[in-house]
Design a protein around this ligand. Structure first.
Ligand code: GRF
Length: 198
């Protein structure tokens, strides 16, 4: 069993997908939120998962915030980390501690529409297809090597909420799959290309 730490800032529907789909070889060891009172913390508790709230406002710097989280993850003997709607950028303090062991989910077909408003940006741009991406995290914003990606067509009547809901359905399929692939050691990195074998 590989122990997964999940970082959240909100409703935690991707966390819920992992807890409900129970990817093989993966145990959710702990959930950390930087925002108190969010639904995702409730989701974790319902499944009997240890939770922590670390408010970023309480740390003197980004590095200090990251160091606090790393300490907690290490205390929970976490092997790898999923950012599931975690709305903070990580510093090298975190990324060096969990090098190639941090995975993020993003609601667009990267490299299109990185950043915090990917669904809105895709609608405003007028693309006809968007999607969801699961990728390794590097020091850039949504720039790391892509693990899985699936497309979602944009319909004429879509608003941000309707489109985001369809994108999230796809996220809930590819996030559990990606963590299962990682846990079983089937992901190989070749430059920027991630190959899933077996
Ligand atoms: C997802 O759409 C994810 O792509 C983005 O933040 C959202 C989190 O959703 N990074 P949830 O909290 O897992 O429901």
């Amino acid at each position: 069993m590989k122990r997964l730490g999940v970082l959240i800032s909100g409703k935690g529907s991707n966390l819920r997908a992992v807890l409900e789909k129970k990817p093989r070889g993966v145990e959710v060891a702990c959930v950390i939120s930087n925002v108190p009172g969010v639904l995702g913390l409730e989701v974790a508790r319902t499944h009997g998962v240890e939770t922590h709230v670390i408010r970023h406002q309480d740390s003197p710097s980004r590095e200090a915030f990251d160091a606090t989280i790393v300490k907690l993850l290490e205390a929970s003997r976490v092997d790898f980390v999923l950012l599931a709607g975690f709305m903070r950028l990580l510093t090298p303090v975190f990324l060096n501690a969990f090098s190639r062991r941090v995975i993020n989910v993003h609601p667009s077909l990267l490299p299109a529409f990185p950043g915090a408003h990917a669904v809105r940006d895709a609608l405003l741009y007028g693309v006809k297809v968007t999607g969801a991406t699961v990728h390794f995290v590097d020091e850039g914003t949504d720039t790391g090597p892509i693990i899985l990606q699936r497309a979602v067509p944009i319909e004429d009547g879509d608003d941000e909420a309707a489109l985001h809901a369809r994108v999230q359905k796809i996220e809930h399929e590819i996030v559990p799959l990606a963590v299962e692939l990682w846990a079983s050691g089937r992901l190989a990195l070749d430059g920027r290309r991630v190959r899933a074998h077996g």
